[in-house]
Design a protein around this ligand. Structure first.
Ligand code: ADP
Ligand code: MG
Length: 468
């Protein structure tokens, strides 16, 4: 019999939400982690990127929240702001039928005041990064007494990024009776060491990343030898038609170099690295998700927690040092049933890191035949690749805090006032204070002027077209 959400003892409300979201059956990690968390166990849960770990902890947390009580009951600690935003989105999505639920995001780079206010008003779930959480605890703006569940998401990354001490410090504020869960894509010894200090009677759940998990991904390697590496990147891009491609580099400098080369060749490309300001990171991601930019070039640190759906191509411009990271990177494509392609660029056929990867994933990666594009010059290739993105993005300086919902924006664009057809409108993303709307290229000017002239929820908001 196929596993089902019904068998997991989730409340009827949560069961109907997962069905509405089209989750027909729990993923392996959800199947094991949800009952254990509902039973109150501490656990270490490990499974590869894209395997549904967020819902694996979000659903039990939501089920355990007492909505009558306006106090903090669950805390999720994430290594990056992006991940924190992504987890918050998922928790809000899964908790949408829980009226009275308040989720607060506690991250740096933003004023603490609204976060303090939300805590004050009795948010039940907090999701954030270690620095800000610790800061709020130290200054007594956060009352930890009623927190009964703590989750460390991407615990491996948290340790890699040097947050170990902050995490211990945070734990020292929490009651000993709490439930503590560590979620991670890899399981280094350091996690074991951390677990001994912050957990009790731990249940270990390990979903091994086998060949099977990568079954939906076509893995290829491209040997570029003495050729110019950027030219070879263009071969890789050319080899598979794509709406959204993600290119991983090991260094920020390489990210900049490639982004510039592609943009100079009129390719729709953007960089995503740790040097970007929070606002820009957010905007770049929103534009990539809504198909206003076709190629995103990222480092691992920045690209971690990148929540993008429908990614058709991942390219490893540089191979990562550890095979586990290779699996994370390419796990972003082919998720939730869709197939994807992952191409790794190597200088020679006996590249050492590639051999490690093949050993780790238990398969020989096929060689990409690029003979067709091999004879083209860089300029020629860039010309063939230069294709305008499907969408353009409009930024609205208003969001959830202004009580704006997707439907309000859609209404302002399509109703009698708007006049656009819904086919011309793509993804609408409403964030706390901002919203991003994708509209098709042909109607962008019209859409901006209509939004500027009109009202959303009876109010005027500043609106602008955000290009790259
Ligand atoms: P991880 O944290 O393990 O990397 P995520 O929690 O980000 O994975 O989930 C990856 C994607 O899979 C998300 O888009 C999520 O909405 C989707 N997803 C989660 N659970 C299910 C499910 N049971 N069925 C289908 N899709 C799911
Ligand atoms: Mg995750």
């Amino acid at each position: 019999m196929l596993p089902s959400f019904e068998a997991l003892q989730l409340s009827p409300a949560l069961q109907s939400v997962v069905h509405e979201l089209g989750y027909t059956q729990p993923t392996p990690i959800q199947l094991e982690a949800i009952p254990a968390l509902l039973a109150g166990r501490d656990l270490i849960a490990q499974s590869q990127t894209g395997s549904g770990k967020t819902a694996a902890f979000a659903l039990p947390i939501l089920q355990g929240i007492d909505l009558e009580r306006r106090e903090l009951q669950a805390l999720v600690i994430c290594p990056t702001r992006e991940l924190s935003a992504q987890v918050s989105r998922e928790v809000r999505k899964l908790g949408r039928t829980h009226s009275g639920l308040q989720v607060v995001e506690l991250v740096g780079g933003q004023p603490a005041r609204p976060q303090r206010d939300s805590l004050e008003r009795g948010a039940q779930i907090a999701i954030g990064t270690p620095g800000r959480i610790l800061d709020l605890l130290e200054r007594s703006f956060m009352n930890p007494d009623a927190i009964k569940t703590v989750v460390l998401d991407e615990a491996d990354r948290m340790l890699d990024m040097g947050f170990g001490d902050d995490v211990h410090e945070i734990m020292s504020y929490l009651q000993d009776e709490r439930q503590t869960a560590l979620f991670s894509a890899t399981y280094p010894d350091r996690i074991e060491a951390m677990s001994r200090e912050i957990q009790r009677d731990v249940l270990r759940i390990e979903i091994t990343s086998s060949e099977d998990d990568l079954a939906d991904i076509q893995q290829l390697k491209l040997c570029f030898g003495y050729e110019d590496k950027i030219l070879a990147l263009c071969w890789a891009l050319q080899s598979h038609p794509h709406e959204s491609a993600l290119v991983f580099c090991n260094q920020k400098a390489t990210v900049r170099e490639i982004t510039k080369a592609l943009r100079d060749g009129d390719i729709s490309a953007d960089r995503f690295d740790g040097d970007l300001e929070q606002f820009d990171r957010n905007q770049v991601l929103a534009r990539f998700r809504n198909h206003s930019v076709r190629v995103l070039i990222a480092t691992d640190v920045a690209g971690r927690g990148l929540d993008v759906e429908g990614l058709d191509l991942v390219i490893n411009y540089d191979l990562p040092e550890q095979p586990e990271i290779y699996v994370h990177r390419i796990g972003r494509t082919g998720r939730a049933g869709a197939t994807g392609v992952a191409i790794s660029m190597i200088e020679s056929a006996n590249d050492r890191s590639m051999q490690d990867i093949e050993e780790f994933t238990g398969r020989t990666i096929e060689v990409l035949d690029h003979s067709e594009s091999k004879n083209s010059e860089l300029d020629q290739l860039l010309q063939q690749l230069a294709k305008a993105p499907k969408m353009e993005t409009i930024l609205i300086l208003g969001g959830r805090k202004d009580k704006i919902r997707k439907g309000d924006i859609l209404g302002a664009l399509t109703g009698d006032a708007g006049g656009l057809s819904s086919q011309e409108i793509g993804k609408i993303e409403v964030q706390d204070k901002l919203s991003y709307v994708a509209v098709s290229h042909d109607v962008i000017t019209d859409a901006v002027s209509r939004l500027n002239a009109g009202r959303i929820k009876g109010k005027r908001f500043r609106v602008r077209h955000v290009g790259s």
